[in-house]
Design a protein around this ligand. Structure first.
Ligand SMILES: *Cc1c(COP(=O)(O)O)cnc(C)c1O
Length: 228
């Protein structure tokens, strides 16, 4: 039996403790509950326990949950790889996209975001470790990409996201997050007032919070192991 309510209480305490240890206000770290591959009853339990932000990484599965649960109190974040032929449904159903890594995707989201909805919140996913196998903008191209996205209507550039290679040990885990934070500083120095660092998951949230994370994306610690 997975007890989502109990898990949520524990992880909220741990996040608040990490923030306090880092000398930060715990209110500045948002918990995004990553509900991918989780059944609806676990998500409903999280909602009953007060969780409001949820993340999905597959378009089809995500849309199904957004429309089935259909709760106006919730904010849905798309965090997965996005192909050009899927941008429209994401633009129509999500409030945030964390995984924009090229201008073509951003242009389509901008064109396809329904006028009656608020601006779509955007984070650029950065391939901080420059891994060939991973999606994400390179560090070198991020400032120019951000500048172009900031110009697009119906999008609001909020900041940066990363999904670093697995590292062991707190100090090692901090390195890629520090790189992302430095890049966000570069954006601000270039006149883009970004306020979001989407970084940290179940195994490395503490290192991410020490480097300034404002959204931690936590799946396993909230919902238990995913059903494949
Ligand atoms: C699955 C996923 C997470 C959550 O991972 P956990 O290790 O279960 O916390 C966070 N971010 C992205 C982009 C994911 O795909």
């Amino acid at each position: 039996m997975i007890r989502v309510t109990e898990n949520l209480r524990k992880i909220r305490d741990l996040l608040a403790k990490a923030a306090a240890d880092a000398g930060r206000d715990p209110q500045t770290v948002r918990l995004l509950a990553v509900s991918k591959k989780q059944p609806l009853d676990r998500i409903n339990e999280a909602i009953a326990a007060g969780q409001r932000h949820f993340g999905e990484n597959q378009v089809q599965e995500g849309i199904e949950k957004v429309t089935k649960i259909d709760d106006p109190r919730l904010t849905w974040h798309f965090i997965g790889h996005l192909q050009t032929n899927k941008t429209r449904t994401v633009a129509e159903h999500f409030a945030w996209v964390h995984s924009v890594d090229r201008l073509k995707i951003a242009r389509r989201l901008s064109e396809q975001r329904p006028e009656e909805l608020p601006d779509l919140n955007i984070c650029i996913q950065v391939n901080v470790d420059e891994e060939a196998s991973k999606s994400g903008a390179t560090i070198a191209e991020t400032v120019d990409l951000a500048r172009a996205i900031a110009e697009l209507p119906r999008l609001k550039l909020r900041g940066l996201m990363c999904l670093p290679a697995i590292r062991h040990g707190f100090e090692q885990q901090r390195l890629p997050f520090r790189r992302l934070r430095g890049l966000a500083d570069d954006l601000r120095a270039n006149g883009m007032p970004v306020d979001t660092l989407s970084m940290g998951m179940t195994d490395d949230y503490r290192a991410a919070i020490f480097e300034g994370s404002t959204i931690v994306r936590i799946g396993t610690a909230v919902f238990g192991a995913r059903t494949e």
